[in-house]
Design a protein around this ligand. Sequence first.
Ligand SMILES: [Zn+2]
Length: 187
Amino acid sequence: MVDDADATVSVEVRRSRRRKSTVSAYRDGARTVVSIPARFTRAEEREWVERMLARLADKEARRRPSDAELLERATALSLTYLGGRAHPSSVRWSGNQGKRWGSCTLIDGSIRISSRVQGMPSWVLDYVLLHELAHLLHAGHGPAFWELLASYPRTDRAKGFLEGVAFGRDLPDDGPRPGGEVDDPDD
Ligand SMILES: [Zn+2]
């Protein structure tokens, strides 16, 4: 399993002649790529790399809400998209979801979201939450289930995003699971 916390931070600085004053940074696996204008001095480079790393870390922290915030968010999503009919008892991050993005237990209404979703765009997390919330109302993946998710405008886009991530990590969908434990959303 991929554990992002163990990733060593390596920074690659790219100098671009086409860049006049813009600086950008993104993660590429364990590596962080910072692009700066070619004219930057070493001092400016150090300053900007530091600034961009802090900015990225900040953005990522905002994408890792606490368990309490997850529950709050799930409750709001239920209200907005499911008419408030799904009532999760608890929502928490879980490091042992295997290939699943999330799961729920119908008997007590608890939802677990794979920690692999941490750091993904908020609209993807919202989709994973909604998927599990919808399972509290519908166990299977029939038309009635997808009907529940139809009002969320980014369902297809989020499914595509997760399929791409799974493909990239060689983690194919392991399909629906029988019983109270409902399976992953990436089907
Ligand atoms: Zn599902």
